[in-house]
Design a protein around this ligand. Structure first.
Ligand code: GTP
Ligand code: MG
Length: 236
């Protein structure tokens, strides 16, 4: 069974759906215990686990969605927040199309540590990686210490592409976030493709390290040849 929205501009496919036309790598980072695994589990499998099981290294999830006539697979790498494993996860930053950076709205330290997480992205990710900032655990209203405005301001200052408040527990802005991500990356893919087709010259200096998508299981590099459309850069 597949889920289809009313407007029928997309169709969510089962997470074990084998076929796809395009795939994008997503990385989920942030302090330990902020709810990265719960957020990803709820978004992709509609499961919420109240007991805390710290992720060791990383866990892999998929989210499959059909937009127009293309099946898009998001390959999601949910990483562990523990400092001990931090050097291990930096290898996952490279070639990621988008990073979801999570803090918990009831945890001041996780918000203060965002500086460090954005620094990690600047250091290890490609320059055009997109960033979604997620303030999780909004259901804990009485424990909230970070306001929506503080989250918005941080996102703006650090050029995040989007700021979202979510509750993995209540399923608020969980699946929606991944639908949004798929749409944004699909739009970007179409823009690159159009640029590619409308230009006859290849400017090697404008090639980007992380502009990889997989098309029909073949690794395919998109060379953006028209520099007029400047992409908004993260973390600058
Ligand atoms: P690491 O794997 O150690 O990096 O942690 P994590 O960020 O993956 O946290 P995890 O998803 O394991 O969640 C940590 C704890 O927070 C668990 O006990 C969850 O049940 C709880 N939790 C996660 N999301 C929410 C939420 O939206 N609301 C509430 N109330 N609790 C949540
Ligand atoms: Mg985890």
């Amino acid at each position: 069974m597949t889920e289809q929205n009313n407007a029928q501009d997309y169709e969510i496919l089962p997470d074990d759906y084998a076929q796809y036309d395009l795939s994008f790598k997503i990385i989920v980072i942030g302090d330990s215990g902020v709810g990265k695994s719960c957020f990803t589990n709820k978004s992709t499998k509609n499961i919420f686990e109240p007991d805390y099981n710290a992720t060791i290294g990383f866990e892999f999830f998929t989210f499959n969605i059909k937009i127009q006539d293309k099946i898009i697979k998001l390959q999601i790498w949910d990483t562990c927040g523990q400092e001990l494993y931090r050097s291990l996860i930096t290898n996952f930053y490279r070639n990621s199309s988008l990073a979801i950076v999570v803090y918990a709205v009831n945890n001041l330290e996780s918000f203060q540590d965002l500086d460090m997480w954005f620094r990690e992205l600047r250091t290890h990710a490609g320059p055009d990686i997109k960033v979604f900032l997620v303030g999780n655990k909004t259901d804990l209203k009485d424990e909230r210490v970070i306001t929506t405005q503080q989250g918005e301001e941080f996102a703006k200052l650090n050029h995040a592409n989007k700021f979202i408040e979510a509750s993995a527990k209540e399923g608020v802005n969980t699946q929606n976030t991944f639908i949004d991500i798929a749409k944004i990356l699909f739009d970007e893919y179409n823009n690159y493709k159009d640029d590619d087709q409308s230009s006859n010259t290849t400017n090697k200096s404008n090639e980007k390290e992380n502009d990889y998508v997989s098309e029909s299981n073949k690794s395919h590099r998109l060379e953006k040849t028209n520099t007029n459309k400047k992409q908004k850069k993260c973390c600058k």
